[in-house]
Design a protein around this ligand. Structure first.
Ligand code: AMP
Length: 386
């Protein structure tokens, strides 16, 4: 049973997962006067480290989820690879937003694409690959470059293999351990965008601006807002994201990642029913950040405004920057005092690991982009003697 009661501070908000998205949710919750309890494997994890209460445990551990149900007045998630069955069970006693169904659909690429296709949303050409007999149907992709993606547990390009055509699918599938996969066409895109919307308990939807995303090695590197795609594509991206959230019945945040093709068509790449890396810049650039919207939707409060106050650019800081020791914080911060630095409190930098990010807001979008890249560049330490 889900109650529609509004939760006011200092109610206790539970988060399943302890990463940086959870940390920034906890920061927003604290600012509004809420108490938090984080379920995460270690109390040193980014969100757990700043939460009043922590339950140490695996995010799909039923005993830990039961403890969370006891301590929290409402529960949200910071990533989708959590037990949908566990969340469904939790929903019997406490509001869980987004609900288990949004999570269940988004945590498996076959389910996600089937849901989107069944509801008429635009997708790249795709097919599911669950068993050897599915290979027979792959000849429909003749002459096309393709990507195999594992249906479950893939993110940031993990569990993905590119192939030159349908004849190479079988051996690529072997390399992925013959687990259930989707096969999709490689889209020759003009750009990648994301549209995050917040949806409240009453069905009110508040879209954020459309973000323009650049990736390096499959990991988000830079986000710019507004996306330089013109008003028609912007309106259409927000319309699609709003329609998907309403169709899924998501309460909370839904991120819709899309490709903009060279013909100006929007194709959905994937869904994330949670805050998204591309939305970090909303902390500075919109009156209500994606994290505050998540708090508001979870608590049944009216949503705030997601309208851009100023153009903005965000650059991720990966563990690679620590290769020659601690990055040059002094150089970065002294060089431009308006750069917002966010570090996630992770002690173990590794190549490709998201350690923090930088944001710049200013009226000229190109200059915001140049300044955030320059600030990141100033963090790089030369190897002594090089
Ligand atoms: P994903 O984990 O599906 O978001 O994929 C990670 C990145 O791989 C995307 O942000 C794209 O840069 C690239 N990618 C994924 N799918 C495709 C596709 N069908 N066509 C072209 N690039 C893709």
């Amino acid at each position: 049973m889900t109650t529609e009661r509004i939760l006011y501070p200092p109610s206790t908000l539970g988060v399943v997962g302890g990463g940086q998205l959870g940390r920034m949710f906890v920061q927003a919750a604290h600012r509004l006067g809420y108490t938090t309890v984080v379920l995460s494997p270690s109390r040193n994890d980014p969100a757990a480290a700043i939460s009043e209460h922590v339950i140490e445990g695996a995010v799909d551990d039923l005993t830990a989820l039961r403890e969370l149900a006891k301590r929290a007045d409402a529960v949200t998630v910071e990533f989708e690879n959590v037990s949908a069955a566990g969340l469904r069970w939790l929903e019997r006693s406490k509001p869980v937003r987004p609900g288990w169904r949004s999570i269940w659909v988004a945590q498996n690429r076959i389910r996600e694409k089937s849901f989107l296709a069944a509801n008429g949303f635009p997708l790249p050409a795709w097919a599911s690959l669950r068993m050897a007999s599915d290979l027979e149907g792959m000849s429909k992709f003749k002459g096309q470059s393709l990507i195999l993606k594992t249906a479950a547990s893939g993110y940031d390009g993990k569990g993905q293999v590119r192939v030159s055509g349908p004849e190479a699918i079988a051996s690529a599938w072997d390399s992925l351990g013959r687990v259930p996969c989707v096969v999709e066409e490689v889209v020759n895109f003009a750009g990648e965008i994301s549209c995050i919307v917040a949806r409240g308990v009453n069905g009110q939807v508040e879209p954020f601006p459309v973000f323009w995303n650049q990736h390096r090695h499959h990991i988000l590197d830079l986000t710019q807002a507004p996306a330089p795609i013109g008003p028609a594509a912007t309106t259409e991206a927000q319309r699609v994201a709003t329609a998907v959230a309403s169709c899924l019945g998501t309460v909370g945040l839904l991120t819709v990642e899309m490709f903009l093709t060279r013909q100006g068509e929007l194709l959905i790449n994937e869904l994330a029913p949670r805050p998204h890396n591309s939305g970090h810049l909303t902390i500075e650039a919109t009156p209500t950040s994606q994290y505050e919207q998540q708090v508001r939707a979870l608590c049944g409060l009216p949503l705030g405004s997601g309208q851009l106050r100023q153009p903005a650019a965000m650059a991720n800081l990966l563990g690679d920057l620590w290769a020659n020791g601690e990055p040059d914080w002094a150089g970065c911060l002294a060089g431009d005092s308006e750069v917002a630095l966010h570090l996630y409190g992770k002690s173990n930098p590794k190549v490709g690991r998201k350690m923090g990010h930088l944001t710049v807001t200013e009226s000229n979008p190109e200059s915001a982009r140049a300044r955030v890249l320059a600030a990141r560049q100033r963090l790089c330490r030369e190897i002594p003697g090089d």
